[in-house]
Design a protein around this ligand. Sequence first.
Ligand code: ZN
Length: 309
Amino acid sequence: MSAGGSDLSWQTQKTDGGTIFVGSGGSRDSSAGRGVPQVTVAVEHYNRMVRVLERGVPVKVALDIRARFHDEPATLNGFNIIAELPGTDLRDQIVLIGGHFDSHHGGTGATDNATGVAQMMEALRILKTVGAQPRRTIRIALWGAEENGLLGSRAYVQQHIAVRDSATQQLVRKAEYERHSVYFNSDNGTGRVVGIWMQSNDAMLPICQQWIEPLKDLGVTVLGPRSVASTDHSSFDNVGIPAFQFMVDRLEYNSRTHHSNMDVVDRVQPNDLKQAATVAATFAYLAAMRDEKLPRKPVAQGGRGPGDR
Ligand SMILES: [Zn+2]
């Protein structure tokens, strides 16, 4: 390769040490046509090529790329995994917990999002093991295709909870709209839970202040008032179902593991995960035992729908 001689585009990284962040190339819009194939290399390798080129020496690179497009029908690889701990007197109502189980291809998806899946499965195992008898049914949902645009959680909401009328954008509620009290999401890496984002739902503040009181010795002290997005709770928040993302210790999520080749089990913090599962079990149980469902924000008639990130 000499300067400008190749039809490949090269990208460099925001971190070093051989860590490669691998996002998605091109567009999800199949009509957008094919862009230039992209290869992401480690910053050290990229800089070496630049240094060699700067000395006027052509660079030769041998590549072995075995990319494959998975165009199997959605019925094969488009699914969610659902399980329940049945409730008692309010069993018709649902407290939903979950996170996505799909991941990018750079590593094994350990912190995005195997840790979120493990946290929520462990939360349900804790409740079952201690013989909890929740009043509302506690349902766990492990979403497929979050990285492709929240496809799994959007499909669940559209099938069970609500859709937006394509012409008027009016919200059309479905059978389970009133049955869902809340959704708690985990998709933020392996760190311990330090709090929860209130998703601009002010009525939740006094409730969560009470809930975190006994968890303060575990380090759960923060209630963030604002809304966060870009993961599966957004699919619920957009149709007015109370939906929250836990706030966690970021550790090296942004600097090392999120969508990188270093997203592997070596980076998982088991003790933080045990704490996180305990917090999720507590929130799910307290939501399942309340007399009322959790308070809802007014939902915009016309505008963001379950399909919006
Ligand atoms: Zn994720």
